[in-house]
Write a new protein. Sequence first.
Length: 400
Amino acid sequence: MSTEMSGKNKRILLITERYAPEPFLVTDLAEAWVKQGHAVTVVTQIPSYPGDKIYKGYKNKNFRETLNGVYVVRFPTVMGYSRSLFRKILNYLFFMIRELWFAFRESRHADAVFVYHTGPLTQALAVIPIKVIRKIPVTIWTQDVWPDAVFAYGFPQRGAFAVLLKQFVKAIYQFCDTILVTSPGFLERLKPYTKGKTVAFVPQWVPDEVLKCEPAPFVLDDKGIRFIFTGNIGSMQALDVVIKAFAELKTENVVLYILGDGNKRKDFEALAETLCALNVKFLGSVPQRQVLSFIRQCDFSVLSLSPNKLIGLTIPAKFQTYLAAGKPIFSITSGEVAKFVEEYNIGITCNVDPSEIIKTVKTILHLEKKDIQVFIDNLRKVASEFDRLKCLQKINNYLQ
């Protein structure tokens, strides 16, 4: 299937909080556009995620570079955001101000604007002056739901603050021509703010870098049923609950590998040590191209999420990676991911509760090979629905 946009090649301005070398799908999208013949300019900050450390080869100052044909305009980031809520909010504020200036300046050469929305919706503020003055088509691909995400942090859902926040969200979306979402659960939540707008579900896909499937640098040789969690290790992944459950299973024939990094890694390592959970092993972070090789050495992939209604609406990017790996999914969450796993019979689900996790793991231990094979066969079928070329084509169709 061709993923070309009709008509002449475009000059696309891409606004994003994160970009390579940070491990986000937006890099794959930008590079795909370049391969199609489009000129892509990315406006973003200096890379520091998820370790809250400036990447090697960068300094925390304005910087321009070309990465695989993509022109990248970078500005400084506020460090310490993983350790301080104040600095996190400060980082959001300074990103908004700097992005407003840099994105507007770069938009003078653009035919289309695309916002890859992963954090606060304030990162899309530049679409307002760009739309009003430049009159350029704007598309936003949102991975988060505002204002729900703000209320989830404990901010008041009534009163002046809530009214202003909802008006801000509505204003941002009214200056976008198309709103794309990464989960079907977002569609209903955005209805009050997107009247008269095109809103569509476009799932994430597995980046080319991941699909390279480079051999793992070492072998996972523990005996028994192997479970693996991959990706960001933060508070939203409910890994503390998972670790506590596996600590109770240390006499069983199971092991949990945790592959990745994040601001809660040290805390969870300490928790596992306190619980004497020798069957919980932290592997650290590896290049994206090695992730599939690690997953394929295991029996089940683990996707856990905090028991929060908003978080339950999301479909994390690792879901597609797990599909590509072809290993049954142990979904420790409710919401959209659990619906997919149950509806397509590609694994087993349970709620975020230690006793339920323990009970479900014991059920997995007694599954027959034919039951596992059914999961694997269904995974292959579902993976085609998240095909990279299909998803790119959808985005290109809306970008025209």
